[in-house]
Design a protein around this ligand. Structure first.
Ligand SMILES: Cc1cc2nc3c(=O)[nH]c(=O)nc-3n(C[C@H](O)[C@H](O)[C@H](O)COP(=O)(O)OP(=O)(O)OC[C@H]3O[C@@H](n4cnc5c(N)ncnc54)[C@H](O)[C@@H]3O)c2cc1C
Length: 497
């Protein structure tokens, strides 16, 4: 491409939304993706008639109203759309001490379900979740763009002064402190920990209130919706829109170096030595990959080193992708489940077990009479290093057996009904998602003041921006979409678009 305005390294949802937003404003954008297809952690793969999501499958951001429906908006911006299937229950929890609870899409039903287990705390439950709604209403009343753009901040403040003041109040707070203000029952506080952990991978005390407000309210507002054809469709559609807008994406284009001249990012070099130059460079790789691999040690800004003292890499996952006979699933099984037998093990390897069965919403992802089950649980890459090929395969088999045994309790007959099984380890996540140690993303090393420590899109290197889950506001598709909108907004202002 001649005269490229912006190069985006990586086609995760954060990268693609940056690219499409800029394309919609008339910028010439080139996306360089190391893998064969777009999507990153929101990608897919196909085996024997099954289409598996590699990671994400509980999708927020497809609502029709307000401003937080960022995936709907991102597709619309480049004139593409996607059919989605509403999920009536966000999660079916199977927790210690018989806490068996469904988070219904209807808010009052959810409050009823939870209060039935903790009747003495029903007031506190309502007050805590109502507080989350306050955060959500503030966010959902304004355009979510770059907090690094002063003119936008001034405009939004004059348009929505109360909402802005509300957000300033919540920005340094964590969900755990807020929960303890209203709730005293230790079991219930553990449940709130799990409510946070299952998407932030840290307990409530370390989960920013802004993110909690988004997730705990949007599930009842825009709701959780599954894209028809699988999660991979989101990236496919964004690419379609990008290309329609006259921009380009190249696959198998692994960037190995960000070129810096006169302290400014001016281009990138690929593994095949090809060089591309542009006015602005965006990295959708994790911060560890961006600053640890694409720049030399001497080029790492002090701010990055400081950030790494506050945040570290969360563990990766062990994933089982299964094809199973339909009769394995009891009547009225829900799409998403969380299984934990012992509260003490919530954050331990193989503690919390996450389960998604997207074929309950979109049967076309599996052959007729079969379902997909994706079960995943935290695992560290350290446990998978230094093994011979045979040891690696044996370890995968043993781990898979343990997971299937646990799942037998909610899906009796699962083992006998297995038609297909593929096991992914942290090494798989590292290799196919291009994420250092296969990490899910950054988590605070210790309790921080809400979201104040998360970096925005600009970096200390002029011309270089970051987007995706190692930037504000963190992990999850709708969160990286926010990061993408913000990144594109900041760059558009910088380029005068
Ligand atoms: C198992 C699992 C389950 C999850 N479940 C959910 C869920 O249910 N709901 C939800 O909202 N979120 C979920 N998430 C989180 C969500 O998927 C991620 O937060 C989000 O997809 C991250 O997007 P991203 O844009 O930051 O980057 P990524 O998805 O990491 O994409 C980055 C892209 O950059 C490419 N890349 C990296 N380095 C280079 C390079 N040097 N050159 C070229 N290309 C490069 C990669 O190949 C990749 O395509 C889940 C994640 C996992 C792993």
């Amino acid at each position: 491409m001649q005269d490229t305005d912006v190069i985006v390294i990586g086609s995760g949802i954060g990268g693609l939304i940056t690219a499409t937003q800029l394309a919609a404003k008339g910028a010439k954008v080139l996306v360089l993706e190391r893998y064969l297809i777009p999507g990153g952690s929101a990608g897919y793969f196909e085996r024997q008639g099954y289409r598996f999501d590699v990671g994400a499958s509980m999708i927020f951001g497809f609502g029709q109203n307000g401003t937080t429906n960022l995936l709907t908006r991102a597709l619309q911006a480049v004139n593409v759309s996607l059919d989605v299937i509403p999920d009536p229950v966000q999660i079916h929890y199977h927790l210690p001490n018989g806490l068996d609870l469904k988070v219904e899409r209807v808010y009052e039903k959810f409050l009823q379900n939870l209060s039935a287990y903790f009747p003495h705390q029903s007031q506190g439950i309502r007050r805590f979740y109502d507080e989350c709604w306050k955060v959500f209403h503030c966010l959902n009343s304004m355009d979510l763009l770059s907090l690094e753009e002063p003119r936008y901040l001034v405009r939004v403040f004059f348009q929505h002064p109360l909402a802005c003041l509300g957000l300033v109040k919540y920005l340094p707070q964590n969900a755990g402190d807020m929960a303890r203000r209203y709730i005293q029952d230790p079991q219930l506080l553990k449940f709130i920990d799990m409510e946070c952990y299952c998407w932030s991978v840290v307990p409530a005390d370390m989960t920013p209130m802004i993110n909690a407000g988004m997730v705990f309210s949007d599930r009842h507002y825009g709701g959780v919706n599954y894209p028809k054809g699988g999660v991979g469709q989101i990236a496919q559609k964004l690419v379609e829109g990008l290309v329609k807008a006259g921009c380009q994406i190249q696959y198998q284009a692994r960037v190995t170096k960000i070129i810096i001249e006169n302290r400014r990012a001016v281009g990138v070099q690929l593994a095949n030595n090809q060089i591309y130059r542009a006015k602005r460079i965006v990295s959708n790789a994790t911060r560890w990959d961006t600053f640890g691999k694409l720049l030399s040690q001497q080029q790492i800004p002090v701010a990055e080193k400081r950030w790494q003292q506050r945040y570290h890499k969360s563990p990766s996952f062990l994933s089982l992708h299964m094809g199973v006979k339909a009769e394995v699933l009891p009547q009225a099984t829900e799409c998403h489940h969380i299984v934990l037998e012992d509260w003490e093990k919530m954050a331990a390897p193989e503690g919390t077990l996450f389960v998604s069965i997207p074929t309950l919403l979109d049967p076309d992802l599996a052959p007729s009479g079969y379902h997909i089950i994706h079960a995943f649980t935290p695992h560290s890459i350290d446990d998978w290093q230094g093994l011979s090929g045979r040891e690696y395969e044996e370890k995968k088999e043993e781990a898979a057996r343990r997971i299937v045994d646990r799942l037998e309790k909610i899906f009796p007959g699962l083992n006998a009904g297995l038609d297909y099984l593929e096991v992914g380890t942290p090494r798989t996540h590292r290799r196919f998602l291009g994420r250092e140690d296969g990490t899910y993303g950054p988590i605070p090393r210790r309790k921080l003041r809400g979201l104040l420590g998360m970096p925005f899109n600009r970096t200390s290197i002029s011309g270089l921006y970051c987007v995706g889950d190692s930037t504000f506001p963190g992990q999850g598709l709708n969160a990286v979409a926010f990061s993408g909108f913000a990144c594109a907004h900041r760059i558009a202002v910088d380029l005068g678009l």
